[in-house]
Design a protein around this ligand. Structure first.
Ligand code: F6P
Length: 368
């Protein structure tokens, strides 16, 4: 009889509940018990935040967005923000307490569902001796060592749907619509949604852009009888001679990147440079919400079931990874070493160029 504890940390992503569903169902089939730690690691410290999960508790949760356990960006037990009576926040390492409680409660495995931040914490616990298994979650698809993270497909579907809708209004008004999408310093969401949503320009962090090239594409559209354009900008994109736009402090109160604002900047530049009527919008957290696509449900369910199989085989400090066509396990360290950026030599980037999308640089094949 084994006892598993699940945690969901960092930004939420569609498919989290599907992973939880698969873990609970597979574990119960083996006769194991499953618990969920609420809001990241809270259940490791506070009994009220540790909930028993039975098959009955997870009935019907596959299509539901978010996480039934709740999530947080500020629950790192190695650097927990603690407020003193003067209101000052200091960071305290309470990881030993979490380790002791984990052992005392008789857990034999912790399945951490998270992106790079949560998986780094999980790896640090593994180094302290906690049997940890990681499950790759993020809408950004920026984890190494797995072909996909769950949540990405749904975010792309949401962004593509928004682009479809923007086409008609852009066309009615002969306007340029600039859409800022998420993705941190990787351009996956922008590239996939931009290609499938018939964008004219896609700006990604991997290619610092030149506004001259962007404006040239919009002007060329006009010359060829298309007086409107759709521009997709990843939140982490930057001009060749500029910086990423950082909105300042995040939830933890510490210095960290909170991206956003580059879409508005690009729209202002277009207006100033070529006088085109331009509007911008930020899709923001819409991309994190809603019911997971069938693809994400399948991926999440396969991740969850594979994580329990790994627990059965005592494979720890590893992350379940989708390396098509199989589910594999890879060291967590390999997944978090660096962020997986778009490969500029890939056929996806080439496809964008082939179908006439401007990527903000000079396309060598461009004859104009
Ligand atoms: O990592 C997922 C993500 O949605 C990023 O694309 C985005 O930059 C960030 O999280 C926003 O996080 P939050 O608003 O939750 O701090």
């Amino acid at each position: 009889m084994r006892k598993i504890v699940i945690s969901t940390g960092g930004g939420d992503a569609p498919g989290l509940n599907a992973v939880i569903f698969a873990i609970v169902k597979s574990a119960y089939k083996l006769g194991w018990e499953v618990y969920g730690s609420k809001h990241g690691y809270s259940g490791f410290f506070n009994g009220n935040d540790l909930i028993r999960l039975t098959p009955k508790d997870v009935e019907g949760i596959i299509p539901i967005g978010g996480t039934i356990l709740g999530s947080t960006n500020k629950g790192n037990p190695f650097a927990m923000p603690i407020e003193n009576i003067a209101g000052d926040i200091t960071l305290k390492d309470v990881s030993d307490r979490a380790m002791d409680n984990f052992k005392q409660m008789g857990f034999s495995c912790h399945i951490a569902i998270g992106g790079d931040g949560s998986l780094e914490i999980a790896h640090r616990f593994a180094l302290k001796g906690m049997p940890v298994i990681g499950v790759p979650k993020t809408i950004d698809n920026d984890l190494e060592a797995t072909d996909r993270t769950f949540g990405f497909d749904t975010a792309v579907a949401t962004a593509s749907d928004a682009l479809d809708k923007l086409h008609s209004t852009a066309k009615s008004h002969d306007r340029v619509m600039v859409v800022e999408v998420m993705g941190r310093d990787c351009g996956w969401i922008a590239l996939y949604s931009g290609i499938s949503g018939e964008a004219d320009v896609i700006l990604i962090p991997e290619i610092p852009f030149d506004m001259t090239a962007v404006c040239k594409k919009i002007t060329n559209n006009e010359l060829h009888g298309k007086p409107y354009s759709i521009v997709v900008v990843a939140e982490g994109a930057r001009a060749k001679d500029g910086d990423v736009i950082n909105q300042g402090k995040g939830e933890t109160g510490r210095e960290e990147m909170v991206l956003g604002g580059i879409g508005q900047w690009v729209a202002d530049e277009i207006r100033q440079r070529i006088g085109k009527d331009t509007r911008s919008l930020v899709l923001g957290h819409l991309q994190r919400g809603g019911s997971p696509t069938t693809f994400d449900r399948m991926l999440a369910l396969r991740f969850g079931a594979a994580a329990v199989r790994m627990a059965q085989e005592n494979i720890f400090d590893q992350m379940v990874a989708w390396i098509p066509p199989t589910m594999s396990s890879v060291p967590i360290e390999d997944a978090i070493r660096e962020r997986k950026q778009v490969d500029l030599e890939s056929d996806k980037v080439q496809t964008a160029r082939d179908i006439g999308i401007c990527l903000g640089d000079h396309d060598p094949a461009d004859l104009d």
